[in-house]
Write a protein that binds this ligand. Structure first.
Ligand code: 6PG
Length: 245
């Protein structure tokens, strides 16, 4: 069954970031579970969302003791490296809110890739015991201009993984080692929130959102939570091509 796919278009990246932060707060209020599992996206788009969540406008509307932060993917660099998704989230959010350190589940990407993937999978299995696939309450994702999501790149082996929760892979252009959640994990989420801004994403976004297109080679088009919701938050620039929906 196709999950309900919703598209929200915002005039500016700032309006989109506010919308995403509002959705984060709504989720924490809607889910009355003791713990909330939220996987953060990397890259640049989510940074403003994280800054807003740490700002006075949002911070005290969230019970951070219930929030468990995970990462959808990570670059294989130390956590202090400028490429690190953890560093971006730490500087923008984690270091600024009263979230217990044990609630932050960093991918230890400074380890050799295979070890980093295994260690993260074990940490996930401790948090989500005795299940075939973990079910995140919310997964933030961005989309690359090539249609990748997390570190699932077009035509990569990682896209075919159907038993592991976490794999090591490579960014195709730079060869940078990456660690990523696998497609079955992302598609088992209760909620997926794509954040896409910029004219350079417009073409791909149109391909991914038009279900009649063959999006098999576009990982972002393969993210369809079977028992969950997916919402695309996009800005006007990314939605600038005609027939966007
Ligand atoms: C990463 C992200 C990646 C990102 C997209 C979009 O580690 O880079 O997981 O999937 O979300 O590349 O990145 P921007 O937000 O920078 O456009």
């Amino acid at each position: 069954m196709e999950s309900p796919s919703h598209l929200s278009i915002f005039e500016t990246p700032e309006a989109l970031a506010i919308g995403a932060a509002e959705r984060f707060v709504s989720l924490t209020k809607a889910r009355n579970t003791e713990q909330l599992s939220i996987a953060l996206a990397g890259g640049t788009t989510p940074k403003r969302v994280y800054e807003l969540l740490a700002s006075g406008q949002f911070e005290d509307r969230i019970d951070w003791s219930r929030v468990h932060l995970f990462f959808g993917d990570e670059r294989c660099v130390p956590p202090t490296h400028s490429d690190s998704n953890y560093r971006m989230a730490h500087d923008a959010l984690i270091s600024k809110v009263p979230i217990p350190p044990r609630n932050v589940h960093r991918i230890k990407a400074e380890l050799p890739p295979a070890q980093a993937a295994e260690a993260y999978e074990q940490e996930l299995k401790q948090f989500f015991p005795n299940v075939t696939w973990p079910r995140f309450d919310l997964v933030f994702l961005g989309m690359g201009a090539d249609g990748h999501a997390a570190s699932l790149f077009p035509d990569s082996e990682a896209l075919r993984e159907n038993s592991k929760w976490v794999v090591a892979t490579k960014e195709p252009r730079s060869g940078q080692d990456r660690i990523t959640l696998t497609l079955p994990v992302l598609n088992n989420a209760a909620g997926v929130l794509f954040l896409v801004t910029g004219q350079n994403k417009a073409q791909r976004l149109r391909e991914v959102l038009r279900s009649d297109q063959d999006t098999k080679s576009l990982p972002a088009g393969l993210i369809r939570p079977a028992k969950g919701t997916i919402e695309w938050l996009v800005d006007a620039a990314a939605a600038s091509l005609p027939e966007q929906v």
